[in-house]
Ligand binder design. Structure first.
Ligand SMILES: Cc1cc2nc3c(=O)[nH]c(=O)nc-3n(C[C@H](O)[C@H](O)[C@H](O)COP(=O)(O)OP(=O)(O)OC[C@H]3O[C@@H](n4cnc5c(N)ncnc54)[C@H](O)[C@@H]3O)c2cc1C
Length: 376
């Protein structure tokens, strides 16, 4: 029996890595993606790609040269600031950090460019999936179309439509939200904020997991994540359609902080964006179900800790390698993949979790320890 044509739902970093590594092994796959086109949504954000997971996936995908071309040199610099703007920790990017930074959009495009034409079907939103028995599944699309498959992979993120075939778990609000802002052309238009953030990442933590984190992106942009631990109702009371008022309300939580830090909230060049954070239980797993599995956020969505995209790519590469290593025996491949993925995702997911409930001094010490030990 040959390896079946593989159906992957979701063209995020995890699903595309899977498709690419399968392609290298000459195993055909189709990726069905809800978005109408690769450019449909801005793929904002910088990702640091770790040498113990994300980079291994890129190696398995045979794309190390292309990856080196998209690295943002100098962006591994890291600093920690006190609320009054005092620099508590400052580490330059010496090029040896093991965690090169790239724009998420560039990484996704690199993977898309590595796939055969037609491997990704855009505008194919999955509304549901169902078992047809004996390892076969039907995928039902919003456009009314259907597809049947004997190997279905859910790489469709937090609100996966494939996950219900395997597990009753649904993501729950973590009690924490990000408010995202962007400052453009910072060296000219926002010099004080630009100086506070430096050439890479900056974190200004406060008690109980609250804080301001910012990253310098390509082209003089600073992308800020304001971290707040409040219930969803607290955010419901803020009118995010009025950008200036929402920014002022969020900045009020940082009264008395240095103006170059609060400017990251109040001086945004686009309205602030609320991003409530949801998670699956740490250690989420399921019993083996023939013909279907999950990877990335669909399998183990967690509070962002710098591991999610790395983990999703690693899952994709590991699943492809397991399929290639078991020609004609998909169940053996899925068993091998899941048995390694469950403990691995629990381990990656717990990195940094202890930082959320610390007081100011411990949070700073904890962050420094994390950055020093991780080689960032
Ligand atoms: C604010 C924030 C910051 C983060 N920062 C980092 C970081 O610095 N480093 C890091 O490693 N991780 C980070 N993460 C986590 C990381 O973004 C995710 O873990 C990662 O994107 C998961 O990849 P994935 O391929 O599993 O899913 P996704 O990236 O979510 O991709 C899923 C794909 O499936 C598609 N899709 C969804 N539903 C359907 C459907 N019904 N039908 C068809 N297609 C569908 C989506 O459109 C999407 O293209 C961050 C997360 C957030 C929220």
């Amino acid at each position: 029996m040959n390896t079946p044509h593989i159906t992957i739902i979701g063209a995020g970093l995890g699903g595309l890595t899977l498709a690419r590594v399968l392609h290298i092994h000459r195993i055909p796959a189709t990726v069905y993606e809800a978005e109408p086109a690769p450019t449909a949504r801005a793929q904002g954000g910088i990702l640091d790609i770790h040498d113990y997971n994300g980079q291994l996936a890129i190696e398995a995908a045979g794309l190390m040269d292309q990856f080196r071309d998209i690295i943002l040199h100098g962006h591994q610099a890291m600093r920690i600031l006190a609320p009054d703007g005092t620099v508590l920790f400052d580490k330059a990017d010496d090029g040896n950090g093991g965690r090169p930074e790239v724009q998420r959009g560039d990484l996704r495009q690199m993977l898309l460019d590595s796939l055969p034409v037609g491997a990704v079907q855009w505008g194919r939103k999955v509304v549901s999936t169902r078992s047809l028995g004996e390892g076969h599944h039907e995928v039902i699309f919003a456009d009314g179309g259907t597809s049947t498959t004997s190997l279905l992979v859910g790489a469709d993120g937090a609100w996966s439509r494939v996950r219900p075939l395997l597990s009753d778990a649904t993501p729950e609000y973590t009690g924490m939200s990000y408010v995202e802002t962007y400052l453009f052309d910072v060296d000219t238009r926002h010099p004080a904020a630009a100086q506070a953030v430096g050439s890479g990442s900056m974190a200004a933590p406060a008690a109980g997991g609250k804080g301001i984190q910012a990253q310098r992106e390509k082209g003089g942009t600073i992308h800020t994540y304001v971290v707040l631990r409040e219930p969803q109702e607290w955010f419901d009371a803020i009118d995010f359609t009025d950008g200036a008022a929402a920014a002022a309300r969020i900045a009020k939580e940082f009264d008395g902080w240095a103006p170059e830090l609060t400017a990251l909230i109040t001086d945004g060049d686009v309205p602030p964006l609320l991003r409530p954070l949801f998670a699956l239980p740490l250690g989420h797993k399921w019993e083996r179900v023939p013909g279907v599995t999950l990877l990335g956020d669909a399998a183990h969505l967690l509070t962002p800790n710098g591991e999610g995209a790395n983990s999703a790519m690693y899952d994709g590469a590991e699943l492809a390698k397991a399929i290639a290593a078991h020609p004609g025996d998909i169940e053996a491949a899925l068993t091998q993949y899941e048995e390694a993925m469950f403990p691995r995702s629990a381990e990656f997911g717990s990195i940094g979790a202890e930082l959320h409930d610390l007081d100011d001094a411990d949070a700073v010490a904890g962050l420094i320890k994390l950055y020093t030990e991780s080689g960032n």
